[in-house]
Design a protein. Structure first.
Length: 233
């Protein structure tokens, strides 16, 4: 049986075929995205000329260590390709992201890109989103009121579940944007696009981890190699 790390690497290697000289890339966050950044760095050392926008400080540090030339969306506001991971993927390419806490920057970069390609191992596939808790990035001011509004909105959809502030060592997890993450344990999200719109409309919500209709391709690492969902690579 193929290890999870090898599946991630296989997916990353397949996505690397989409990268050409002169491209402007968005670099995702998380273990699978890190595998892509590492492989990309090898190509850069061999002479590949690209420029990239990282979606987190962790990715920025990794990319710099691999010699990848970086820019910002202020300097380079449109990108050719974003390659990122996901925590959960449904059959029509809706995603849950944010396990690493970078969902806001990840979505900004994805929406600034002409194409978003997601790389995952096959454990991330699900018939319905919700098996992975939905992260919501919340402004600290008035957070309790915001969470109550999130709970009310989701219950109108017939969805219920605990909403838990993410913590590390007993202290709130703080994102690169100095905000908090609340993980929503919903188990089943029947209409991701509709729920995404309702949560996004709540004041105090900076962003949520539902990526509905954004990814064009998902590359899945499996025991037998890779499988492609959506647009071919």
């Amino acid at each position: 049986m193929t290890s999870a790390d090898q599946k991630k690497k296989s997916a990353a290697q397949a996505a690397l075929k989409l990268v050409f000289p002169g491209m402007r890339l968005g670099l995702g966050t998380g273990s699978t995205a890190s595998a892509f950044v590492t492989l990309l760095g090898e190509k850069v050392r061999e002479g590949l000329d690209i420029i990239a926008v990282p979606t987190s400080e962790d990715t920025r540090r990794l990319a710099e260590a691999r010699g990848i030339r970086l820019t910002t969306l202020d300097e380079t506001p449109t990108l050719d390709l974003c390659v990122d991971g996901a925590d959960e993927v449904d059959p029509v390419l809706n995603l849950i992201k944010g396990g690493g806490g970078a969902l806001l920057r990840e979505k900004i970069v994805a929406q600034a890109s002409a194409r978003m390609v997601v790389i995952v191992d096959d454990t991330k596939l699900s018939d319905n989103l919700g098996g992975f808790p939905l992260p919501v990035e919340v402004v600290p001011f008035g957070a309790r009121a915001t969470v109550m509004s999130i709970d009310e909105a989701t219950r109108r959809h017939g969805i219920g579940g605990a909403i838990v502030r993410r913590e590390i060592g007993g202290a709130p997890f703080v994102t690169d944007n100095n905000m908090h993450i609340y993980d929503c344990h919903y188990r089943n999200i029947p209409d991701p696009a509709l729920l995404a719109a309702d949560i996004a409309s709540i004041a105090g919500v900076a962003e949520h981890g539902l990526f509905a209709g954004i990814a064009s391709t998902v590359v899945v690492g499996t025991d037998d190699g890779v499988e492609i969902m959506g647009q071919p690579i």
